[in-house]
Design a protein around this ligand. Structure first.
Ligand code: HEC
Ligand code: HEC
Ligand code: HEC
Ligand code: HEC
Ligand code: HEC
Ligand code: HEC
Length: 365
C-alpha cells in the first residue's frame, strides 16, 4: 500500500512540478509524508469547522520601534528641561547657601556646607579648610554616569553618590534607601551623639550645642539617635519600621512633581500633595502629627523653666551643676524633634514617643 501511494505521489509530483516552484513542492512533499505516517487510511477525513467570526485568533500587535540611540539621553539632556531644573533649584536652600560663609570653609563643616568641601569629602580626600567656599550647585551632587545601560543598571542620574551610607558618628550603621536618597544621607545626618548615662543618674550638660545638629533627618526617619527614657509609657517603634521609611524616601517626598513648582523637583522642598503621599493616605493627606505640636510647646516651657533653654534665643544653656539624666534626655529629645524640621512628619510614632516620654519624665521627678 505504501508502495502504491509512492507511485501515485511520484506521478502527482511530476505533474505538479511543472506548475509550482521548488519551495511549494517541498512543502507538499512534507505534508504528504506526514499524512502517510499518521493515518493508515488514505481517505481524507471531513473538513474541520470554520473559525467563528470575531473569535478567530487576533493578529499580533506590531512591535514597537527600537529606541533611537540618543532619545533616552535627550529626555534629560536638553536646554528646556535643564532650565526648568535650574529655576526649581534657585528656590532651594542649598542654592541660597545661608550657612556657606559661616560653615563652608571650616574643615569640620565644609563636607556638608560647601561645594568644594563636599567634593573633597565624597572623593575620599582628607578634610581641609576651603579658602573660597561656594554653595552647593549642580556639580556638587552630579558628576558623570557610572553606566549608560540604564535599562539593566538603572539610571544613576550621574550622581556622585547613590551608594549606601555608613553614618559618620556610628561607624557601623549603614543607611540604604535603595534609591537616590542615599545622596541626601551623606549630608543630612547628625553630628553629635545622644547623652550617655554614666550610672550616677546625673548629667553635666556643658555643651553649647546639645543637639544632633540640624541635619538629623535620616536618623529621625530611621528611628535612631533619640534618647530612650527608661520607664516611658509610650512605646518606641522598632528601628527602621516607620511606614514613611519603608514606603517612601527623601526623594519621593521631597523631589516629586508639583503643580506650582514651589515644592518638589530641585526645590528639594517636601510637598503635602506629593503623589507618593496618596499611595497610603488615600482620602486626605494629614498635615500634622496629632498632638505633637502642643506637647512640644509644653515641653519647651518646662525646659525654659528649668533654665535649660533660653526663652528668647532658643539656645541650649550651658550648665555648671549636674541635672537628672532623664532631664538631659528630655532636652535632647526636644532638640532632636525640633531641629529635624519636619514637625515629626518624618517619623510620627517615634517623634510622639520621644516627646510624650520626655514630658512625662519632667512631670515625675
Ligand atoms: C534621568 C536623566 C538623565 C538621562 C536619561 C541621561 N543623563 Fe546624562 N546626566 C544627567 C545629569 C543630571 C548629569 C549631571 C550633569 C548636569 O547635567 O549637570 C548628567 C551628566 C552627563 C555627562 C557628563 C557631564 C557632561 O555634560 O558632559 C555625560 C557625558 C552624559 N550625562 C551623557 C549622557 C548620555 C550619553 C545619556 C544617554 C545614554 C545620558 N547622559 C542620559 C542626567 C541624565
Ligand atoms: C552636600 C550636602 C547636602 C546634600 C547632598 C543634600 N543636602 Fe540638603 N542641605 C544641606 C545643607 C548644608 C543645608 C542648609 C543650607 C544652608 O542653609 O546653608 C540643606 C538644606 C536642606 C533643606 C532645607 C532648605 C530648604 O530649601 O527648604 C532641605 C529640605 C533639604 N536640604 C533636603 C535635601 C534632600 C531631600 C536631599 C537629597 C535629595 C539633600 N537635601 C541633599 C546639605 C546637603
Ligand atoms: C554631616 C553634615 C554636616 C556637617 C559636618 C555640618 N553640618 Fe551644618 N548643617 C547640615 C545640614 C544638612 C543642615 C541643614 C538642615 C536643615 O536645613 O534642616 C545644616 C544646618 C546648619 C546651620 C543652620 C543653617 C540654616 O540656614 O538654618 C548652621 C548654622 C550650621 N549647619 C553650622 C554648621 C557648622 C558651624 C558646622 C561645623 C562645625 C557644621 N554645620 C557641620 C549638615 C552638616
Ligand atoms: C543636593 C544634590 C543635588 C543638586 C545640588 C542637584 N541635583 Fe539634580 N538630582 C539630585 C537627585 C538626588 C536626583 C534624583 C532624583 C530622583 O531620584 O528622582 C537628581 C536628578 C536630576 C536630573 C534627572 C531627573 C529630572 O528631573 O530630569 C537632572 C536632569 C538633574 N538632576 C539636573 C540637575 C541640575 C541641572 C542641577 C543644578 C541646577 C542639579 N541637578 C542640582 C540631586 C541634586
Ligand atoms: C513621608 C515623606 C517624607 C520623607 C520620607 C522625608 N521627608 Fe523630609 N519632610 C517632609 C515633610 C512633610 C516636611 C515638612 C515640610 C514643611 O513643613 O513644609 C519635611 C521636612 C524636612 C526638612 C526641613 C525643611 C525645612 O524647611 O527646614 C528637611 C531638611 C528634610 N525634610 C529632609 C529630608 C531628608 C534628608 C529625608 C531623607 C532622609 C527626608 N526629608 C525624608 C516629608 C518627608
Ligand atoms: C508608605 C505609606 C505612606 C506614605 C507614602 C506616606 N504616609 Fe504618612 N503615614 C503613614 C502611616 C502608616 C502613618 C501612621 C504613623 C506611622 O505608622 O508612622 C502616617 C502618618 C502621617 C502623619 C501623622 C498623622 C497623625 O495623625 O499623627 C502625617 C502628618 C503624614 N503621615 C503625612 C504624610 C505626607 C505629607 C506624605 C507624603 C509627603 C506621607 N505621609 C506619605 C503612611 C504613609
Amino acid at each position: 500500500m505504501l508502495l502504491n501511494l509512492h507511485k501515485i505521489l511520484n506521478k502527482q509530483i511530476s505533474n505538479i512540478m511543472k506548475k509550482f516552484k521548488l519551495i511549494s513542492l517541498m512543502m507538499l512533499v512534507a505534508s504528504s509524508l506526514m499524512f502517510i505516517q499518521c493515518t493508515s487510511d488514505p481517505i481524507a477525513g471531513p473538513q474541520g469547522l470554520a473559525g467563528i467570526d470575531g473569535q478567530d485568533g487576533s493578529n499580533g500587535t506590531n512591535g514597537t520601534n527600537g529606541v533611537d540611540g540618543t532619545a533616552s539621553c535627550i529626555a534629560c539632556h536638553n536646554t528646556s528641561h535643564r532650565d526648568a531644573i535650574q529655576t526649581s533649584y534657585d528656590l532651594s536652600g542649598h542654592a541660597a547657601g545661608g550657612a556657606v560663609a559661616y560653615a563652608g570653609s571650616r574643615d569640620s563643616c565644609s563636607r556638608c556646607h560647601s561645594n568644594e568641601g563636599y567634593i573633597n569629602y565624597i572623593t575620599g580626600k582628607p578634610a581641609v579648610a576651603i579658602s573660597s567656599p561656594t554653595p552647593v550647585s549642580c556639580t556638587t551632587c552630579h558628576n558623570k554616569h557610572s553606566t549608560f545601560d540604564f535599562a539593566t543598571d538603572g539610571n544613576d542620574f550621574a550622581l556622585r553618590n547613590m551608594a549606601p551610607v555608613t553614618l559618620t558618628l556610628t561607624d557601623n550603621y549603614v543607611l540604604d534607601y535603595g534609591d537616590s536618597s542615599n545622596n541626601c544621607v551623606s549630608c543630612h545626618q547628625p553630628r553629635s551623639m545622644a547623652p550617655v548615662d554614666d550610672g550616677t543618674g546625673l548629667y553635666l550638660q556643658a555643651n553649647q550645642r546639645f543637639y544632633p545638629h540640624y541635619g538629623g533627618q535620616s536618623t529621625m526617619l530611621e528611628g535612631i539617635q533619640g534618647s530612650f527614657i527608661a520607664g516611658g509609657t509610650t512605646a518606641y517603634p522598632g528601628v527602621g519600621t516607620a511606614k514613611h521609611r519603608t514606603g517612601a524616601s527623601c526623594t519621593t517626598c521631597h523631589m516629586g512633581t508639583s503643580s506650582d513648582g514651589l515644592t518638589g523637583s530641585h526645590t528639594f522642598k517636601a510637598s503635602f500633595t506629593a503623589s507618593v503621599c496618596t499611595t497610603c493616605h488615600t482620602t486626605t493627606v494629614p498635615t500634622e502629627v496629632t498632638g505633637l505640636a502642643s506637647n512640644m510647646a509644653i515641653l519647651k516651657l518646662k525646659l525654659e523653666d528649668l533654665g535649660l533653654i533660653d526663652p528668647v534665643t532658643g539656645a541650649t544653656i550651658v550648665q555648671t551643676t549636674t541635672i537628672p539624666f532623664k532631664t538631659a534626655q528630655a532636652l535632647w529629645n526636644y532638640e532632636t524633634v525640633y531641629k529635624d524640621g519636619s514637625n515629626g512628619v518624618h517619623n510620627p510614632k517615634y517623634a510622639t514617643a520621644l516627646i510624650s516620654n520626655a514630658v512625662e519624665a519632667l512631670d515625675t521627678p
